[in-house]
Design a protein around this ligand. Structure first.
Ligand SMILES: Nc1ncnc2c1ncn2[C@@H]1O[C@H](COP(=O)(O)OP(=O)(O)O)[C@@H](O)[C@H]1O
Ligand SMILES: [Mg+2]
Length: 315
């Protein structure tokens, strides 16, 4: 685990898993373009394609045939994760590709997963952005709970919001389970279910309230942990006709039901030219540096780094 101390108020994590409820939300677009912006601001930035089922970050950043990838570390062809790092044509930007990952490693064994997570924690970069797989898969949730930081991405559509809520709820339940250890979690879930048939593992919203009455000390501990999370929400592909307040509303609902604080850090506008940039394997933020979507991405970068572009470049 990295040196993160989520209890400190000025703590700024440097490892950011980026995940969303379903494919096509824009995780890879955000990961690659945020990475380019961070690198251009002088931060040594590593992108990791952790979408083990459908890796494609290498294509988006214009490296169609990477020589080495994450699976070479998993399969012990190279001894360290650092050796799988590829230099990008952009100064300060690096990539660990998922290109040669086979489908069979989409469901990593626990030990392998821990090996990757530990190795990522030891890498020395200003920022590490992990492009995660889709949905509530075991791997995705692990990446979110290990560092207690991450960016949830969704689109302003009811289906996408439903999916992201489900993912956030799974992260929440996993965290409670981690803190309580599995046996206590099970007995709590059973007690909760006996008192309220809705309070099953599938409806973990009730678990914390239940725990606070059964074991106030543990309840307070978990409440503190949930409040210290550094999770962010980004709404991508926002069109002019969409309500710009949806993101903040989703965060309010999450806090109300789960007691988990998620910070809404911005809308990223829908832009037809993203498609063109991806097809031409060009960087969107470089090609369309004055577009609204690029300006939106810069607002998001500021929420991650805590400094403006001017401050970052000047330092
Ligand atoms: N802000 C945006 N405006 C327009 N198109 C976008 C935007 N973000 C992503 N896209 C498009 O949406 C599709 C899915 O994006 P991608 O990043 O591959 O999603 P994911 O990695 O979540 O599956 C791609 O065709 C991409 O070009
Ligand atoms: Mg993707």
């Amino acid at each position: 685990m990295n040196s993160t101390n989520p209890y400190s108020s000025d703590f700024m994590p440097h490892i950011w898993p980026i995940g969303g409820g379903k494919g096509g939300t824009g995780k890879s677009f955000l990961t690659s373009n945020m990475g380019i912006l961070l690198a251009r601001q002088g931060f040594k930035t590593l992108l990791i394609d952790a979408d083990l089922g459908a890796p494609n970050l290498h294509t988006i950043v214009g490296l169609p045939n990477p020589a080495i990838s994450l699976s070479d570390f998993l399969n012990k062809r190279v001894p360290t994760l650092q050796e799988t790092v590829l230099e990008m044509p952009i100064h300060n930007l690096f990539l660990i590709s998922g290109a040669k990952n086979k489908l069979d490693i989409a469901n990593l064994a626990h030990e392998q997963k821990m090996k990757v997570l530990r190795a990522v924690s030891r890498l020395d970069y200003d920022y590490i952005l992990l492009d995660l797989g889709t949905g509530t898969s075991f791997n995705t949730i692990d990446f979110f709970t290990i560092w207690d930081s991450g960016i949830f991405v969704c689109n302003p559509e009811p289906t996408s919001i439903e999916n992201i809520y489900r993912l956030i709820r799974s992260v929440y339940a996993r965290k409670i389970r981690q803190v309580l250890k599995i046996d206590r979690f099970r007995s709590l879930a059973e007690k909760a279910e006996a008192q309220n048939p809705d309070a099953t593992i599938h409806h973990p919203e009730y678990l914390l309230d239940m725990l606070k009455t059964i074991d106030p000390e543990q309840g307070a501990k978990i409440e503190r942990i949930l409040k210290s999370f550094q999770f962010k929400l980004v709404l991508n592909q926002v069109r002019r006709q969409d309500n710009p307040k949806i993101g903040a509303l989703v965060c309010k609902i999450v806090e109300k039901h789960l007691g988990m604080r998620i910070q809404f850090i911005g809308n990223v506008s829908f832009d037809e030219r993203v498609h063109e940039a991806v097809c031409r394997k060009e960087s969107f933020v470089d090609q369309y540096s004055y577009s609204q979507a690029t300006l939106d991405l810069k607002v998001i970068i500021k929420a991650i780094t805590g400094v403006t572009e001017e401050q970052a470049v000047a330092s």
